[in-house]
Design a protein around this ligand. Structure first.
Ligand code: BTN
Length: 260
């Protein structure tokens, strides 16, 4: 990727400052380095490959050449209880882009996976640093499997991983996709900073792959089976268990969710 691809982007915040690297441990590490150097809100970092890409719960993230590995520095002036929407807008932006530009039926598997045919095509992680109880900066990390062929997928990911090129059966124009990605994310970030929470909540719910489905949730070594009866990006997921009891789970504590 090259920084000049992004000069003159018509976006409001995201992509005002773009840094592209050939290789990084993790673009999130580079983003935090930029934060410490005073980088402005909307700074976006890309790396062609990551040697230590990270996912939620300290899991490693497979990041070969061909994926869109990116981290965005954000400093939203919103009430702390709405910070959780950042994860939601990341997932919505990717999901909407795939639907609009590739005509594929993308969904969000709660809380943060974008899926195609029940396989993960993108994952989102949000990291935040607080100063006196207010977020000083947040880093939105997105891993989007774009041009990764089937024969490059490690054995242990074969059943759960997909990419845009696999689903479309052809290579995707990476430059076009990266520009579109920034535009979609910028649009949803605007909704967030303008307080249009209902627009975000309803898009997120509509894109959800799990509403009304039987799912198994794993948290702190235990598993729960139930039907998803409500979803909210901040309040969590409500499961109606077989006993009739309704249990609410928060995204940040749930290790995995499987659709039954
Ligand atoms: C997950 O599903 O667990 C979240 C995965 C997030 C991966 C992206 S790739 C770009 C950024 N840099 C990282 O090290 N992680 C995120």
């Amino acid at each position: 990727m090259e920084e000049k691809w992004f000069s003159g982007l018509p976006t409001k915040i995201i992509g005002r400052y773009v840094r592209c690297f050939k290789k990084a441990t993790s673009t999130n590490d580079l983003a935090w380095l930029e934060v410490s150097r005073g980088a402005p809100e909307g700074t976006i970092i890309f790396a062609d490959e990551q040697t230590k890409g990270r996912g939620r719960f300290g899991r490693s993230w497979f990041s070969p050449v061909g994926g869109l590995w990116t981290s965005i520095i954000l400093k939203p002036q919103i009430p702390p209880e709405h910070g959780c929407l950042l994860m939601a807008i990341g997932a919505i932006a990717v999901c909407e882009l795939i639907r609009d530009k590739f005509n594929l039926s993308a969904h969000i598997r709660w809380p943060n996976d974008v899926i195609l045919n029940n396989k993960k095509v993108a994952g989102i992680i949000v990291e935040a640093k607080y100063l006196a109880n207010k977020p000083e900066a947040m880093v939105l990390g997105i891993g989007f499997n774009v041009n990764i062929p089937k024969d490059k997928i490690p054995e242990e990911l074969k059943d759960t991983f997909t990419s845009l090129s696999i689903e479309k059966n052809k290579e995707v124009d990476f430059r076009l996709l990266a520009g579109d990605f920034i535009s979609y994310l910028d649009k949803w970030y605007q909704y967030m900073v303008q307080g249009q929470y209902e627009t975000i909540n309803s898009a997120w719910k509509e894109m959800s792959a799990v509403m009304d489905k039987q799912v198994i949730i794993k948290m702190q070594g235990k598993e729960w089976l139930g039907k998803v009866s409500d979803l909210d990006p901040c309040k969590g997921i409500s499961l109606t268990l077989d006993s009739g009891e309704v249990k609410v789970f928060q995204g940040e504590y749930v290790e995995s969710l499987r659709i039954k």
